[in-house]
Each structure stands twice: as structure tokens, then as C-alpha cells.
Design a protein around this ligand. Structure first.
Ligand code: HEM
Length: 413
């Protein structure tokens, strides 16, 4: 091994700014798998091994209920398997992968919200697109899709719940404690809504969950609350971070921004390439179900594995010139990347492949369309933001001074 991977991984886990692409490259070249004592498990670096851990259910599976973010959300879709997973996943897909809703009310709501957020931007000077756009947009859309957007202290409770999720790798008890208080408040808000939606269902996800049946029985109130809490974490931070990373890259490459302004048909490819290049979820954890070998290493039942999806996305065995951001990489095949046939690993793989990828894509398209219409360019006037975080990683802010397109500029914005 040319570098001490375990020691460098220690620093990676702190989420501090560093060149992770370089670390991933060195790790992939050095070994398919290495051990990290502070993660207390194995770290898998190469594309095909990552994919195997996510798909070979005889030997690998999600961490058991009671570990990871299920401590906060309770038992949700990520802990399910087999027929239960298939049927309950299909219930979520009825709202989240429904083209009638996606191209209808969901897009309409997203566009209206994106416009109203844009209208709040300062007329002149810098704007933090993260706090004013990329965070509130998916937060508004996801909670509207579930119909829980009017919960009291919604924003601060959301912040507390996601802080205790995937990013809290070391399980800081104070963070968990705050999340449990927030979750309790959110659940108290959802409980009467469940009762109401059971008797008077609408087109929202909460209604779908309330009326759905599994093995002849309706989902329990507990289960519905867990699904809502999980979806809030799964749907917002991911989309927010994907958008922020892509915008950061595009603002730093004004020629690419201009290309996209001129040719909007490249937007889906740009989004898919952004997800490959800087995925919001760098890694997911799994447990070993039965003794096996991976990457030439024996692993034993009960051990933990973290799969570096962000490293797999840069594996030259699969992606040509992986360290180049190629806006045309997925031209004509971009839709594939949001489906079960995806080549990128950013939405996971196998059974637990992201259910919300189409919703996320629609939100990102709508955001980009507005910003491409309105901004001729945008400059980081308070320094280029660092990428921070691990497992979830993205720029810490997006403070830019935009040069506005003439039509809006002359109407006051
Ligand atoms: C760009 C945005 C997104 C990214 C990169 C992303 C990424 C992921 C990843 C990596 C997983 C797999 C986790 C694992 O295997 O442990 C996942 C699962 C999931 N995501 Fe997303 N996600 C995004 C947006 C969304 C949205 C908007 C929603 C819904 C509102 C959503 C709902 C889900 C659900 C329900 C699962 C669990 C699927 C299952 O277990 O069958 N995601 N997502």
C-alpha cells in the first residue's frame, strides 16, 4: 500500500475539506478493500465490489433494525426485505414514481415554490443559494408531497432529525437526543393527520400510506410515522446537496453554464454527471450476513462494511476519464441514470435503490431552469466554498453574486 489508507480514512470520516477524489483513486489503486478500526469494519473501494455488496443479499444486507438512522426513524423501508419490501416499496412508488403526479401537480408545485423562493432573493448583491434555494426547495416539495409541511417548528425539527442520520457515523449521543425530541414533536403532529387521511384520503403520500394494505392489513400508525420521518431525511438533504454540488461546479465553469443556458436539452445529462462526479451520499453501510470473500479478503458474518459509492463512480474500469466532468457523458441516455439500469452508484443499487430519484431529478431540472433563465453567470464573491461532510458531502454554502439576465433585472430582480 502506497499510503496508509486506514489513517487517511480517519480524516475522511471527519468530513473536513480534502481532495477525496485523490484519496479514492489511491485507495482503488492500492486495494479493493481495507479495514478501518474506528468505523469498526471494512471499506470497499471499487465499482464492481460496491455493486456486489449492494446486490448480493445472500452475503450482505442493511444494518439491522436498531443500528444507524433507524434509531431515529424507527423501522422503515431500508430495514425491509423480500415480499414486504417489494410491496411496501411499491406503495411509496405510487406517489414518488408516478408520471401523472410528477409531470402534473408535483412539477407545478415545485415550479411555483421555486419561483416564490427566487422572488425573495435580494435585488442586488450576494445571495446564499443554499439557505435561500437549494435547501428550502426540496424541504418544501418533500413535505408537501407527504402533506406534513405545516408542522410546527418544522425547519428546526427537520435539521435535528437529519443531523442524527447518516452523517452521525460516530453516533454522538447529544445529536441523537435532539433528534428524538424533534421526532416526537413531528410524530405528535402527524398522528391526527393519519386519522383524518384514513377517513378522507387525498392525492398525497400520507394518504397513500394510510389507505395501503399489506397482507390484508393497513399499515400501522407507527409504521406510517417512521416512513414519514425517513422520507423527510432521504428526500431533502440528498437533493439539496446534489444541487449545491452541481451549481458550485457550474458557477466555477462559466463556459459550461453558458452551454447549458443555450442548450437546455443537456440539463438531464448535466444532472446525472453531477451526481456521478459529486454524489451527495458518498457511502452506505451494510452488514455481512454470512462468511464470504470480497476483493480477495475474507469477511465474517456480523462484520460491518462501508461501500464507497463516490469512489465507484470514479472507477476507470467503468467510466472513461472518470476525473473529468463531462457534461455530455450521459447525453441521450440520462433517463437511464435515474432508473434500475443506472450505471452511476449515487442512488444506491439493488433492492434499496432510491425510490425518489425521479422526484429529485424533476426538482433539480426545475431549479436549474429558473437559475439558467435568470443568471447569466454567478461568482463566488466570498471565497469558493469547501465541500464538507462524510457520508453526506457538499459545499458548506453557495454565496454568489449573480449577473442577472435583462428581463428580470429590469423588473426589479
Ligand atoms: C439526488 C437525490 C437523491 C439521492 C442521491 C438519493 C440517494 C439514495 C441512496 C444512495 C439510497 C440507498 C440507501 C441504501 O441503500 O442504504 C436511497 C434510498 C431511498 N431514497 Fe433516495 N436519494 C435522493 C432523493 C430521494 C428523494 C427525493 C426521495 C423521496 C422523497 C428519496 C427516497 C428514498 C427511499 C424511499 C429510499 C429507500 C428505498 C428502498 O429501501 O427501497 N430519495 N436514496
Amino acid at each position: 500500500m502506497t499510503i496508509n489508507l486506514a489513517a487517511t480514512f480517519e480524516r475522511v470520516m471527519t468530513g473536513q475539506p480534502m481532495d477525496l477524489a485523490a484519496f479514492y483513486r489511491e485507495a482503488r489503486e492500492a486495494t479493493p478493500i481495507f479495514r478501518s478500526e474506528s468505523f469498526n469494519g471494512w471499506v470497499v473501494t471499487r465499482y464492481h465490489d460496491v455493486k456486489r455488496v449492494l446486490t448480493d443479499e445472500q452475503y450482505f444486507g442493511p444494518l439491522t433494525y436498531g443500528a444507524g438512522s433507524s434509531i431515529i426513524h424507527g423501522r422503515s423501508i431500508l430495514q425491509m426485505e423480500g415480499d414486504e419490501h417489494r410491496r411496501k416499496g411499491a406503495i411509496l412508488a405510487r406517489t414518488l414514481r408516478n408520471s401523472r403526479l410528477l409531470d402534473g401537480v408535483q412539477r407545478k408545485y415545485t415550479r411555483t415554490l421555486a419561483n416564490s423562493l427566487f422572488d425573495k432573493f435580494p435585488i442586488e448583491g450576494p445571495v446564499d443559494l443554499k439557505s435561500m434555494f437549494t435547501t428550502p426547495l426540496p424541504l418544501g416539495v418533500t413535505s408537501w408531497v407527504m402533506d406534513i409541511h405545516e408542522a410546527p417548528n418544522f425547519r428546526s425539527n427537520y435539521d435535528a432529525i437529519v443531523a442524527a442520520g447518516a452523517s452521525n457515523l460516530r453516533g454522538d449521543p447529544a445529536v441523537v437526543e435532539r433528534a428524538i425530541v424533534a421526532k416526537t414533536e413531528l410524530f405528535a403532529f402527524i398522528t391526527p393527520l393519519i386519522k383524518q387521511r384514513r377517513s378522507d384520503p387525498k392525492d398525497d403520500l400520507l394518504s397513500t400510506l394510510c389507505s395501503a394494505e399489506y397482507e390484508g392489513e393497513r399499515l400501522s400508525d407507527d409504521e406510517i410515522r417512521s416512513f414519514c420521518s425517513f422520507l423527510l431525511a432521504a428526500g431533502v438533504e440528498t437533493t439539496d446537496r446534489s444541487l449545491s454540488s452541481l451549481l458550485k461546479y457550474l458557477f466555477l465553469q462559466p463556459d459550461l453554464w453558458q452551454r447549458l443556458r443555450a442548450d437546455r436539452s443537456l440539463i438531464p445529462s448535466a444532472i446525472a454527471e453531477g451526481l456521478r462526479w459529486a454524489p451527495p451520499v458518498h457511502a452506505v453501510s451494510r452488514g455481512v450476513r454470512a462468511d464470504t470473500e470480497i476483493g480477495g479478503q475474507s469477511v465474517r458474518e456480523g462484520e460491518r462494511i462501508v461501500t464507497l459509492m463516490a469512489s465507484g463512480n470514479r472507477d476507470p474500469d467503468v467510466f472513461a476519464n472518470p476525473d473529468v466532468f463531462d457534461i455530455e457523458r450521459f447525453k441521450d441516455v440520462a433517463d437511464r441514470e435515474f432508473s434500475v439500469k443506472a450505471t452511476i452508484l449515487s442512488f444506491g443499487y439493488g433492492r434499496h435503490l432510491c425510490t425518489g430519484s425521479l422526484l429529485a431529478k424533476m426538482e433539480m431540472v426545475e431549479c436549474l431552469e429558473i437559475l439558467l433563465d435568470e443568471f447569466v453567470s454567478a461568482e463566488f464573491t466570498q471565497g469558493i466554498p469547501d465541500d464538507v461532510g462524510f457520508v453526506l458531502r457538499s459545499p458548506e454554502h453557495l454565496i454568489v453574486t449573480p449577473r442577472k439576465a435583462l428581463a428580470r433585472a429590469s423588473s426589479g430582480h
